[in-house]
Design a protein around this ligand. Structure first.
Ligand code: SIN
Length: 497
């Protein structure tokens, strides 16, 4: 349904640069409409902030054609030239951090301080990959015969299609787009239809930084028709997706018909283990940071909090006291620690998980209910801590994606490692211990792409991010991030002596 943007909502944005609120898609350097429009809602109020075009399959093909046409020139530029453009993009992103954060809070709900943090996190990928642009180096291999010379050069794969989620509307774009552009690829992004304004504003700043027309295109609209084209068009060489495991599997399967390179960053079910030798205060702080970041809507959020039986009650009390103090409300309002969930469906899932945990014997220590007084019309849920959760509860089997910490007691190390690994997910994991031998043993035994040891926050542009098992394929960030967009080419030369 399309409504007119609520004037009050738009005015509250109070952007220093109102032109950064783009209500159009970006194709071949032009801001375009067409195909009807879809509302973008503020999840704190349920009211429309504006609209974006609901593009058709044909418009998506136009964006791919633009990226395809722009590729030869962009790849032919020097790495230094591309690096400088990305550096300017980083500078502009940081110069406009307040506006970008306000747009993000308005469409996604996270508190302003957290949104500013995400813009800085997004910018750090642009900065990092502007530096990596010049390091896409190849290799010389000793020949397999006296007259043979072997070398490997790395070339950009070509047109990249990216589908990105609503929970990190800027960082998940920068983490894919910056390395792709750095090594000479061109890109078509499809941001979540729930949070397109952050993507469009970033792309506008990319244009200002000097990205040539067609190098970065943003298509907006319903996921299905656009996704079908991005995963089937043979001009797309590489497909990269962040989102749910179920959707990622379907999209990746479609990509195989044209054998695209595929990277997937999918769902997690992170264990967070507090051993009996842990620093209890540090562990409670880490759990708070990991669990309640972004209202619990991250793929790396602690989802199953295993606490040694000797510490369970003390840990539960500390975490509940801290969670109970989090201020819930409209992220634009100021003193807010936790914003709304993205929509009513997310709220219903959280309620289902809490009801199930309680029916299995869990004890709600704080929260456990909606918080309608936090704002009008928004999907607010109180930060919740539940003690004594049964290991077969829904909360342990599925990603809750909400502000609910379920605590499970355990008895010994081998048992908890086995339980932590008993899932098809393999993205992030965390544990707290002060025993050096245990630290090494458990870090090696956890079947996850990332392990946080005595910390609940592990994300940074300079380390590889990604999962194993059904949590994904490939890595983003660090020098691994550029490899995903490069094709190694072997040159096998016979040389007359
Ligand atoms: C995610 O939840 O998908 C990403 C979180 C992060 O980068 O820390």
């Amino acid at each position: 349904m399309v409504t007119t943007a609520n004037a009050e909502e738009t005015a509250r944005l109070a952007l220093a640069r109102p032109d950064l609120l783009k209500q159009a898609a970006l194709i071949d350097g032009d801001w375009v409409g067409g195909g009807g429009a879809i509302d973008v809602l503020n999840p704190a109020s349920g009211r429309a902030l504006g609209t974006v075009p609901n593009l058709s399959a044909a418009a998506t093909r136009d964006a791919i054609a633009a990226a395809h046409a722009a590729f030869p020139d962009w790849r032919a530029r020097s790495a230094h030239d591309r690096a400088r453009t990305l550096r300017r993009w980083f500078d502009l992103t940081m110069e406009n951090v307040d506006d970008l954060a306000r747009l993000m809070t308005a469409e996604q709900g996270k508190p302003l301080a957290e949104a500013r943090g995400e813009i800085a996190y997004a910018a750090s990928f642009i900065e990092w990959f502007s530096e990596e642009a010049r390091r896409a180096t190849g290799e010389i291999i000793p020949g397999h015969a006296a007259d043979m010379r072997l070398s490997v050069i790395k070339q950009p794969v070509g047109v990249v299609a990216a589908i990105t989620p609503w929970n990190f509307p800027a960082a998940m774009i920068a983490r894919k787009v910056a390395p792709a552009l750095a090594v000479g690829c061109t890109v078509v992004i499809k941001p979540s239809e729930l949070t397109p304004f952050s993507a469009l504003a970033l792309a506008a700043l990319g244009q200002e930084a000097g990205l040539p027309s067609g190098v970065l295109n943003v298509v907006t609209g319903d996921a299905a028709p656009i996704g079908d084209v991005l995963t089937s068009d043979e001009r797309v060489a590489k497909f990269t997706f962040t989102g749910s495991t179920a959707v990622g599997k379907k999209l990746a399967a479609r990509c195989m018909a044209t054998v695209k390179r595929v990277s997937l960053e999918l769902g997690g079910n992170a264990p967070f283990i507090v051993f009996d030798d842990a620093d209890l205060d540090a562990a409670a702080d880490g759990a708070l940071a990991s669990k309640f970041r972004n209202t619990g809507q991250t793929c790396v959020c602690a989802n199953r909090i295993f606490v040694h039986e000797s510490l369970h009650d003390a840990f539960a009390d500390r975490l509940a006291a801290a969670a109970g103090k989090l201020r819930v409300g409209d992220g634009l309002a100021g003193d807010t620690d936790q914003g709304p969930l993205i929509n009513a469906k997310a709220l219903e899932k959280v309620e289902r998980h809490v009801a199930d945990a309680v029916s299995g014997g869990g004890r709600v220590l704080t929260g456990g209910k909606r918080q309608p007084d936090a704002g009008t019309g928004g999907a607010f849920y109180a930060p919740t801590v539940i003690a004594n959760v049964a290991v077969d509860a829904l909360i342990c089997r599925e990603e809750t994606f909400g502000p609910v910490a379920g605590l499970i007691q355990f008895h010994d190390e081998s048992e908890v490692v086995r339980r932590a690994n008993a899932t098809r997910a393999g993205l992030a994991s965390y544990f707290y211990t002060r025993d050096a031998d245990r630290a090494v043993r458990v870090a090696e035994a956890l079947e996850y792409g990332m392990v946080g040891l005595n910390t609940g926050l592990i994300s940074t542009a300079v380390a590889p991010f990604g999962g194993c098992k059904e949590s994904g394929l490939g890595r983003e960030g660090a020098h691994y991030g550029t490899e995903e967009f490069l094709e190694p080419k072997t040159i096998c030369a016979r040389v007359e002596s």
